[in-house]
Design a protein around this ligand. Structure first.
Ligand code: DLL
Length: 441
């Protein structure tokens, strides 16, 4: 089998990717009006924010009027925990997912059956864009569960008619065995996890270049062009960038085509804007700023002008694939302090909350993120009180275990906790630098 087989057959769901720009704007505006009306009628917070600006849905006369509408931010989802922003009654909700909030509680997102179907359609378009088709065997190593990656890719792959292996994340040796034995052609996981797979495959004497594997659908965390080049050179596959976030739908908000020139946003479903994160001013195509997204189809939880905190720019030049959809450039950073570790979102404030739950620690800590053998590692160093420090080794170990458990219960991540003597961590003179991210992309 050739590694780089030609593009799969044209998928009918991709037709929307090629709408002429005028028609695309018409579709966007019609959908936007429906969405704003729905949010206004059904979501108290949105109605109140519109009211504060003396706006009603009737003031939306064209797409350009979108700028008049208020932003939605992560804090709104947190404040509405768990169901406060739903626009559908619970009887119509068929699925929940959740993602890290900035404190102990996650943010909750919900889907009606139509939302799940739309999401699957966005994922079908994503797979089709990079040449994945119904004959493919897809190993889905995104985590299944509250994280949107696993089930999002799964439903899309099934709707595409591909054969899905719902292996979920972890257990690298088994992943490699399955890759080999099932004749897997496409893998879905975070780029850092695939790097780890490459390394482990090398240790096990498995040459990925000799397998039928030809493409990877990689996302959920920032990665660079050089990381892509390294992955491609070492594994012989093509590595495609997929972008998404729980608040909007999950994976499938934007996806690269075979030209690998940045993910195309499925603009008929998700309306993008770029703003100056300081002033909120909308910026033109090409300018770098914060990505703001408005859902145009979501029923259970419409998001109007959601501030993603992801810093990028929009490329409007025509891609060689002919899609009329604009592309996002690589997410260079975030405008908040969220870290992504092994695909899991983490805010330093969550660690703080976890530490403060446990007695015997001082409020001085440091978070050290690194990458070993392609896998992200998380270490938390925390100062303990002098009494604890003079305690027995057993007591120290107990405290360590307690802290580790507290962190895991809030963040879902395992952290190596290191207890250090009082006054050993560096004190800051201004903003505390609590996070040391030593990962090199
Ligand atoms: O990570 C959804 C997803 C799953 C996307 C699988 C792609 C593949 P959250 O857990 O809510 O959702 O995290 C969303 O992850 O705001 C970005 O900061 C980051 N992110 C997601 N995809 C990319 C990417 C999923 N391709 C947050 N490049 C987003 C850079 C990404 N960052």
């Amino acid at each position: 089998m050739s590694k780089h087989n030609p593009p799969g057959p044209f998928h009918p769901a991709s037709a929307m990717d090629f709408l002429p720009p005028g028609q695309l704007r018409e579709v966007q505006f019609t959908r936007l009006k429906g969405m704003v009306q729905r949010a206004y009628d059904r979501v108290a917070l949105f109605r109140q924010r519109m009211g504060e600006r003396n706006l009603t849905p009737a003031d939306l006369k064209s797409l350009d009027d979108l700028v008049k509408l208020p932003f939605t931010v992560k804090m709104d989802l947190r404040d509405a925990y768990p169901f406060g922003l739903f626009a559908s009654p619970l009887q119509e909700i068929v699925r929940f997912h959740a993602s890290s909030g900035t404190t102990g509680k996650p943010i909750v997102v919900a889907y009606t059956q139509e939302d799940v179907d739309d999401w699957a359609r966005a994922m079908v378009r994503s797979f089709a864009a990079c040449g994945v088709h119904s004959g493919d065997i897809i190993q889905n190593a995104y985590g299944y569960g509250l994280f949107t990656g696993g089930l999002g890719a799964h439903y899309g792959a099934e709707a595409l008619g591909a054969s899905v292996i719902p292996i979920s994340g972890g257990n690298t040796d088994r992943q490699i065995m399955v890759l080999k034995d099932f004749g897997v052609t496409v893998i879905c996981c975070t780029p850092s996890y695939f790097l780890h797979l490459i390394e482990r495959a090398g240790e096990l004497g498995v040459n990925l270049k000799e397998l039928p594997l030809r493409a990877g659908v990689f996302g959920a965390e920032p990665w660079t062009e050089s990381m892509r080049q390294r992955i491609q050179a070492e594994s012989g596959i093509r590595a495609y960038d997929i972008y998404g976030l729980s608040e909007i739908v999950g994976p499938g908000v934007a996806m690269e085509c075979q030209h690998q020139s940045g993910p195309h946003i499925f603009e008929d479903m998700f309306y993008p804007e770029i703003i100056d994160p300081q002033t909120g001013q909308v910026l033109p195509d090409g300018a770098e700023g914060e990505l703001v997204l408005t859902t145009l189809c979501k029923r259970a939880m419409p998001m109007i002008r959601y501030r993603t905190r992801d810093i990028t720019s929009l490329a409007a030049d025509r891609c060689a694939c002919g899609r009329s959809l604009r592309r996002i450039c690589r997410i260079s950073r975030r405008s908040d302090d969220m870290l992504i570790i092994r695909g899991v979102n983490l805010y330093p404030s969550q660690i703080e909350a976890a530490l403060l739950r446990v007695e015997g620690t001082l409020p001085h800590y440091q978070i050290i993120v690194d990458r070993q053998k392609g896998l992200d590692t998380l270490e938390v160093q925390v100062e303990v009180t002098p009494e604890v420090f003079s305690d027995t080794v057993g007591a120290m170990e107990q405290l360590q275990a307690k802290l580790s458990h507290s962190i895991e219960s809030i963040t879902g991540l395992h952290a190596d906790v290191r207890l250090v003597m009082p006054r050993t961590l560096q004190r800051s003179e201004g903003k505390a630098k609590r996070v040391h991210d030593r990962r090199q992309m």
